[in-house]
Structures are given as structure tokens and as C-alpha cells.
Design a protein around this ligand. Structure first.
Ligand code: DGL
Length: 242
């Protein structure tokens, strides 16, 4: 890849900013263009065809802006669209998946909780991931779809937000899970509340740092140089934070 090109990042909304944060921590000089597809969020309850169409349109937009690579900062879009994107575009596409593998390696109780959207948990890709890396542990899944709307509304703290988090986490704790996979990029924004409910014995696993590492491996020959600019687009409004 050539030097000084930005990298594109997208999600259905603000969730993927948790991935952009990890990329920024790993590659501080990299210029990022972020697209929040807020006019079409949430993706979790949409058909695979609809998510594929949105993912393709946004990826085309990001490559048209000169992106050297695109990061699909959305587990749901990865589950439903990443094969299609890799067939449609020659440039690198870095994507994510629920961190079942590290969670299975870390658990001491042999029970892990996976928090994600219905779209992710029902996908063929996720089922394959479970077969490959989750067969030695008990995996307890939890669709936390309303958390996506909660994060989009910016409700990240307070008694109501905590109660909404506790309602999903407590059954996992009662079932003996000691490791929780944040399988949706919106959920790291609720991590302080999740950790507060779950307590210090429970580990939270966010795959964003691993995705940033994977991106760094793909951006060879100094192409991470830039000015650390962050350009933000939303399908509702556009803004530039240069
Ligand atoms: N942030 C997304 C994910 O990682 C999608 C949430 C949604 O739009 O339903 O799955």
C-alpha cells in the first residue's frame, strides 16, 4: 500500500468508534475516515441482503475517498457481508468477529458469555467460529439488541442504563460465566457498567485491540504515516473533525 493514505472504518452507528479508538491507540498517526450509517441503524435486526447492500455502498464510498483499507468495525456487518465485500473489492478489508477463541482460552469456569446482536449470533460465520473454537467450553449467548439503541442515545451511565445492563448480565453470572465476550462494537461503551455489575472476577473481552493489530500487519511499508486526522461521516449528517 502507498504512504499517507487514510483508512476507512464503518459501523451502523457510533459503536465502531470503539474500534477507531483502538486503532488510534495502536497507530496514532494514521488518518481515519469513519462512517456511521446512522440513518440505517441498527443492523442487528435487518436482513442479510440489506446489510450487504449498505456495507457495499459504504465501502465503495470509503475507497472513493482514497482509503488504503477498510475496517468493518461491526460484528453484524462482518457476519453478514464480509465475504461479499472481499469478493467485490481488491483492497484489504479488515473485519471482526466475537472473541470466542481468547475467551475459551481464558475461562476458568469453562463457561463464557457472548453478548451480540441476533444477526451475529444467527449467522453461519458465527456458528463456524463456535465449532472451531468454542466446542471445549459452554457458550451462553445473549442478544442485547436494545443496548445498541441505548448507546446510540448516549445512555452510558446512570441508574436506568445500569439496570438495562444488569438485566442481561445477571443471568450469565448465575449460569457461571466468568468471561464475557463483547460481540458488538457498541458494547465496549457500556464496559464500565458491565464491569460494575459483573465484578472484578469476571473478564470482559473486546476484540478491538486485536483488530487494530491485524490492521497494522496489513499496512506495511510505512503506510501508517499521516497526521492522525479523524474525518467523521454519518448517513444522517456529515462532519469533519480534521
Ligand atoms: N455495532 C454493531 C456490531 O458490532 C451493530 C449493531 C447494530 O447495528 O445492530 O454488531
Amino acid at each position: 500500500m502507498s504512504t499517507h493514505l487514510p483508512v476507512g472504518v464503518f459501523d451502523s452507528g457510533v459503536g465502531g468508534l470503539s474500534v477507531a479508538r483502538a486503532i488510534r491507540a495502536r497507530l496514532p498517526d494514521l488518518d481515519l475516515i469513519y462512517v456511521a450509517d446512522s440513518a440505517h441503524a441498527p443492523y442487528g435486526a435487518k436482513s442479510a441482503a440489506a446489510v450487504r447492500e449498505r456495507s457495499r455502498a459504504i465501502t465503495r464510498f470509503l475507497f472513493d475517498q482514497g482509503a488504503a483499507a477498510v475496517v468493518v468495525a461491526c460484528n453484524t456487518a462482518t457476519a453478514m457481508a464480509v465475504e461479499d465485500l472481499r469478493e467485490s473489492f481488491a483492497q484489504p478489508i479488515v473485519a471482526m468477529e466475537p472473541a470466542v477463541k481468547p475467551a475459551a482460552a481464558a475461562t476458568r469456569t469453562g463457561r463464557i458469555g457472548v453478548l451480540a446482536t441476533a444477526g451475529t449470533l444467527e449467522s453461519v460465520r458465527y456458528r463456524r467460529l463456535l465449532q472451531d473454537h468454542g466446542s471445549q467450553v459452554k457458550v451462553i449467548e445473549r442478544v442485547c439488541h436494545h443496548w445498541v439503541d441505548q448507546v446510540e442515545r448516549g445512555e452510558l451511565s446512570g441508574a436506568t442504563a445500569r439496570a438495562a445492563v444488569a438485566a442481561e448480565i445477571e443471568p450469565l453470572l448465575e449460569a457461571g460465566a466468568d468471561t464475557l465476550v463483547l460481540g458488538c462494537t457498541h458494547f465496549p461503551w457500556l464496559a464500565p457498567l458491565i464491569a460494575d455489575v459483573a465484578g472484578p472476577e469476571v473478564a470482559l473481552i473486546d476484540p478491538a485491540p486485536a483488530v487494530a493489530e491485524q490492521l497494522a500487519r496489513r499496512l506495511i511499508n510505512g503506510s501508517t504515516a499521516g497526521h492522525g486526522a479523524l474525518t467523521l461521516y454519518s448517513s444522517r449528517v456529515a462532519a469533519d473533525e480534521g
